[in-house]
Design a protein around this ligand. Structure first.
Ligand code: TYM
Length: 335
């Protein structure tokens, strides 16, 4: 037994990883694997809410695994696995759903957003997305969950479901997990389209992917939304401009940020120059990832090995939890 804290997080296989995923979540995964007992998974059950075809699903799962490894996740340090390799998660999801109420599930912002975006596909999986997420987290009795700002409400739901289970059975079986970013606020990385966050489904050109080739990346940045420039000294930045500065802050050197900030404040800013610099710094930042992605993509044997080892380790932990949960609930013990 160790006293290390248990860390868990996951990403849906719905496309390549972008800078939002990286700075909101994966960067912390890489740091946390050094000192904690970590489980990082690919949320393929969750991706079924949008009905991917089997071939796309498989290639997207592979892509996330490749990118997990390319950014520095180490299968020797962290347990890397596929959600669907752990049917225990589905069993716990079923139990949690019995104590999850329509009213609270319907109020979740991401559910309301998705229902608006896909009015012809408001399926039960979308509604119960937070209970599946709770199952993912508590199946390993996780303490900390490194995620971006957009997952905060889902994490609140997990805390509610874990507490509810504990109260119902008069136990402290499940720890109450927290959304984690090294004591800092959770992060929201903006996109390039002028408003909101960087996301896979926010439209072409909004997201910079770790695997974007330099030419494409450059083009996307040069097309980012701007305005006609400040008209007064030290004017407050509108959202689209603030977003560019936020992106500059994460990939560029501090003196570069200071330089453009001064230019803005003095009304001398040339957005073309800022974007050029931003594109260059993004290309430099993503370069090592791109090289590793290319190398790993052709090594299916290795990728399969990583998945198999991860599945075994994750199942060992999940089986233990589920056996105890079944006993607490009052089911027959057959393990
Ligand atoms: P997903 O796949 O949408 O995103 C994966 C992670 O990336 C973070 N993220 C961002 N952070 C900052 N700025 C952004 N623009 C940005 N875009 C994405 C997300 O916050 C997330 O941490 N429901 C989850 C997957 C999941 C999960 C879990 C996570 C399923 N079960 C259990 C943690 C624990 C999701 O759809 O993330």
């Amino acid at each position: 037994m160790t006293n290390k804290e248990i860390v868990l997080s996951g990403i849906r296989p719905t496309g390549n990883l972008h800078l939002g995923n990286y700075f909101g979540a994966v960067k912390n995964f890489v740091k946390m694997q050094e000192t904690n007992t970590c489980f990082f998974f690919i949320a393929d059950y969750h991706s079924l809410t949008t009905h991917p075809n089997p071939r796309d699903l498989q290639s997207n799962v592979k892509q996330v695994l490749v990118e997990y490894l390319a950014v520095g996740l180490d299968p020797e340090k962290a347990t890397l696995y596929l959600q669907s390799d752990l049917p225990e998660t589905a069993e716990l999801y079923l139990f949690l759903n019995m104590n999850a109420y329509m009213g609270e599930l319907e109020r979740v912002t991401t559910f309301k957003e998705k229902a608006r975006q896909q009015p012809n596909n408001i399926n039960a999986g979308l509604l119960t997305y937070p209970t599946l997420m709770a199952a993912d987290i508590i199946i390993h009795k996780a303490d900390k969950v490194p995620v971006g700002k957009d997952q905060e409400q889902n994490l609140e739901m997990t805390r509610t479901f874990a507490r509810r289970f504990n109260n119902m059975y008069g136990t402290e079986f499940f720890p109450i997990p927290t959304a984690y970013n090294f004591g800092e606020q959770l992060v929201k990385i903006p996109g390039l389209d002028g408003s909101g966050k960087m996301g896979k489904s926010e439209g072409e050109g909004n997201a910079i992917f770790l695997n974007d080739d330099p030419k494409k990346l450059h083009k996307k940045v040069m097309r980012a939304v701007t305005d006609s420039g400040p008209t007064e000294m030290n004017q407050e930045k509108p959202e689209a401009i603030q977003n560019l500065f936020s992106l500059l802050k994460i990939v560029s050197k501090p003196d570069v940020v200071v330089y453009f900030n001064d230019q803005y404040n003095n009304c001398n800013i040339r957005y073309g120059d800022l974007k050029k610099q931003l594109a260059e710094d993004m290309i430099t930042f993503t370069e090592p990832f791109r090289e590793k992605i290319a190398g790993l993509s052709s090594n299916d044997d290795y990728l399969n090995r990583v998945m198999n080892i991860g599945a075994e380790k994750a199942r060992e932990s999940a089986r233990k939890t589920i056996a105890e949960v079944r006993q607490i609930i009052g089911f027959r013990k057959y393990y």
